[in-house]
Structure formats: structure tokens, C-alpha cells
Design a binder for this molecule. Sequence first.
Ligand code: ZN
Length: 259
Amino acid sequence: MPELPEIETLIRQLGNVLAGERVRAVRIFDEKLDPLPDAIDRGVRAVRRAGKGVEIDLGGPAIHIHLRMSGRLHWRSPGDIIPPHARFGIVFEAGEVLCIDPRRFATLTWHWAPAALRKQTANLLAGLDIPDIRARARGRRLPVKAFLLDQQAMPGMGNIYACEILFAAAVSPWRRAGEVTTIEWERIAAAAARILREAVYCRGTSISDWRDLFGRPGEYQRRLRVYGREGKTCYRCPARIERRKLGGRGTYYCPGCQG
Ligand SMILES: [Zn+2]
């Protein structure tokens, strides 16, 4: 599933191609999805990230796209072919934003007043608010990795980057959130800021099917330090990286140096 750096990549690319554009049509190729007649002829005001979703602000109302498991957005210039598994397309003068989604889990919804629905949420790219996080974590017994994946506290955070952040901070994924010390939260916050920004710079992580708006894979997979390294020697100590399930998600960690 696309996580914060992948969605941020799409937001920036969409912001460039859709500047000054107006919705000409919405094409629905999959009858599971509803058409969006109210979007027609509205100008794009902004494109923004909403957790793990993409919001196209049309000057008040907005189109919301959530890519779920394996959906991706693809920019189609006029005259280009439509790739297989297209589920919908939002047509502009300059081109079309297509959703390619073989597993059909992505959603396309219309909101008249999205700002009213949107809670004030943290922007993880701007850095973690340590006092706020400590207050949220106080007394919580759940593992810190599960806490990091809580979309209320950490909108956009996903499994790959949570593993990387805890490895960089040398904190065990199983540590109870309420027992993480201030110094450890500072290390987690510093790692999160660095890793998420680097991953945006690299246009995300392409381990399986992630592609950016122009069909190119991301490059952060080359910088992964723990994710996907099961059985290999840790970069920081002589131990071997292990993989265990935590909350149903494959969790990579070093038993040697993540205390
Ligand atoms: Zn280690």
C-alpha cells in the first residue's frame, strides 16, 4: 500500500500537471464506482495529502482518492493508450489522471465540504510533536510499532517506514509505547523526519508494484536498512535481522541492537 512518501510524491506530481486545470469529464470504467457529475467544469484549487489518500480540491468540494492495496495513479497524455485495469479517469485539458487497480480496492469519493470532515492532523513531514506523542502514548501497553501505525496519531505512516524508523532509532518494535523514554522518542522523531524526507526525495519505495504518476519506480528500496533483510547481518552489529509478525504485519528488526 502506498505510504506517506509515495502519496507525497503523487501530490507533488499532480500539483504540477494539474495547476490551472479544470475537470472536463470523469470516466468510470468499473461499475463498482459512482460517477462524479458535480466535479465537471470545476477548476483545481489544490492537491493535498489526506492521510494515505489524495484529495483534489475543486474550490470547496473535493475529489478524494484512496489507493488501498495496489491501486496507482497514472498520468495519460492525450493520444496515449489506456493501460489495462483502468478503473476511472479524471479528464483535464492537459491529460487524464487514470487509476490503475487490478484488485479493485481503490475508492473514488466526492465531498462537498472536505475541510469540515478533516480533523486537525499532524503532518509527519514537518516533524513529530514529542510532547503531544508522549501524552498520547502515556500508559499505553501496545507495542510502539503498532502505536506508530495508528493513523490518528501518525497519519500516513506505514509498515515499511515504521520498521526503518525504529531500526534507525535503535528501539525494539515490541517496546510498550507507554514505556518509551523521552530520549528514545527524540531518536524516533529524528529518524522519522530524516527517513520520510529522504523517501520523498527518492519518490518512494518500489518493492512490489509502486510506480509514480509517470510510471517510474521509486528509489528508496536501495536505502532500506532493515526492511526485507531477514537472515542478513545487521549493518550496525553482528546479529542477524529477524522478521516476526506484529499486529498481522511482517516486522523486520535486529535482536542485537534494537533494545
Ligand atoms: Zn543490529
